[in-house]
Design a protein around this ligand. Structure first.
Ligand SMILES: [Zn+2]
Ligand SMILES: [Zn+2]
Length: 375
């Protein structure tokens, strides 16, 4: 399969993609992705930056270099906007706050969690399976300063998840985990990673808030789904939507079953409809991949992908003929190379969505596992 645009390595060139909006591509090292777009929105006071890449000194150097190409320095950055709580989007935020006093803008429910941030991938399991993992031009130093901390955290999260599963306590393996369990998990992962790069949102926003950037008014649109705290920004004057990971040009973002709401897929559909309705968007600026124009078309295509997946879940249930657990569904939905917790999490999201709609029934096996029949 040809490399998709979200996988392309970060290019050095800084381009103006909308009036006073610059696209700066930053290298990242994540499965299924080759770069993250950091946008600089210019005004008389300097710039606001959107999604300043992964944590770590290597990314910071690239940010400083890209800003320099635009005649800017870090001290010109007065605001950092974080579209959602994934580390390739919030990495440089704290450093801007610490070094130049920039305010950090994000959704008021911004929450860094082990499963929404590290345990789960950025892109759907299908899209992960379709690609090899590449590392694109990220200087070695990044892996030295960042990777061990992340790996350690993932390892710890996985150990805890495994233990919980063994005790029948995952959402799909038994009773729901308690709130205190999740609090404990978040604390442990945050501790393993070091608090220093998890941003504190100094200017929390919510749906309908208006930000003045580049002397224009940008509307905050809350778009839960990929994460519960995802926001997009819409500028009606120039017809621009800053889309984060909500609507990517060719890749489907990962929608897991745990975390953001009882039915993350329903939230995602609702959020897709919400942006598709916006009139006169001429330019969508995604966090990965190139700017594109047809917002409603792309949102519709992503929705159709999930509708097809839901249809497949229904036919698997008919084939199975008996109530089956998440793993059984998952192993029929995905090829063996994709089997595992990520695939199960996506499957769980789809089964729970059908259940909430009244199209699936859930029962509990004697060992506490959830069993589903989807009609
Ligand atoms: Zn993301
Ligand atoms: Zn992303």
């Amino acid at each position: 399969m040809a490399k998709r645009q979200e996988q392309e390595p970060a290019r050095e060139a800084v381009r103006e993609v909308a009036p006073d909006v610059l696209r700066m591509e930053l290298p990242i090292r994540l499965p299924g992705l080759g770069h993250v777009n950091c946008y600089a929105i210019l005004d008389q006071e300097g710039a606001a930056v959107v999604d300043p890449g992964l944590p770590g000194s290597a990314t910071w150097k690239v940010i400083v270099q890209r800003l320099g190409q635009a005649g800017l320095q870090p001290k010109d950055v007065h605001s950092v906007i974080v579209t959602h709580s994934h580390p390739d989007h919030f990495g440089g935020a704290n450093r801007f706050a610490r070094e130049v006093g920039a305010r950090i803008i994000g959704h008021h429910r911004f929450q860094f969690g082990p499963f929404s941030s590290f345990q789960e991938p950025e892109v759907s399991v299908d899209d992960l399976a379709a690609h090899h993992v590449h590392a694109h031009g990220l200087p070695e130093e990044e892996s030295e300063t960042l990777a061990p901390a992340i790996e350690e955290a993932i390892e710890e999260a996985e150990t805890i998840l495994r233990r919980a599963r063994a005790q029948g306590r995952t959402p799909w393996g038994g009773s729901m985990m308690s709130a205190s369990f999740w609090r404990r998990m978040r604390f442990r992962v945050a501790h393993a990673l070091g608090r220093s790069f998890i941003p504190t949102i100094s200017m929390p926003v919510e749906h309908g808030d208006v930000l003045t950037l580049a002397d224009r008014e940008w509307f905050v649109i809350h778009t839960p789904g990929h994460t519960g705290d995802h926001i997009c920004l819409h500028d009606p004057e120039s017809g621009v939507l800053l889309a984060g990971d909500h609507v990517l040009p060719t890749i489907t973002p990962h929608i897991g079953g745990i975390g953001s709401s009882p039915d993350p897929l329903a939230s995602f559909f609702y959020s897709l409809d919400r942006v598709a309705e916006i009139q006169d968007v001429g330019q969508v600026l995604p966090a990965h991949g190139h700017p594109f124009e047809d917002l409603a078309g792309r949102a519709g295509a992503i929705k159709r992908h999930h509708e097809e997946r839901l249809g497949k879940v229904r036919s698997i249930s008919a084939e199975l003929g008996v109530p089956a657990n998440v793993q059984a569904f998952s192993q029929r939905l995905f090829k063996p190379r994709s089997w595992g917790a990520m695939a199960e999490s996506e499957t769980y999201a789809h089964l729970e969505h059908l259940r909430m709609k009244g199209d699936a029934e859930r029962s509990e096996a004697p060992d506490g596992q959830f069993l589903y029949v989807a009609g």
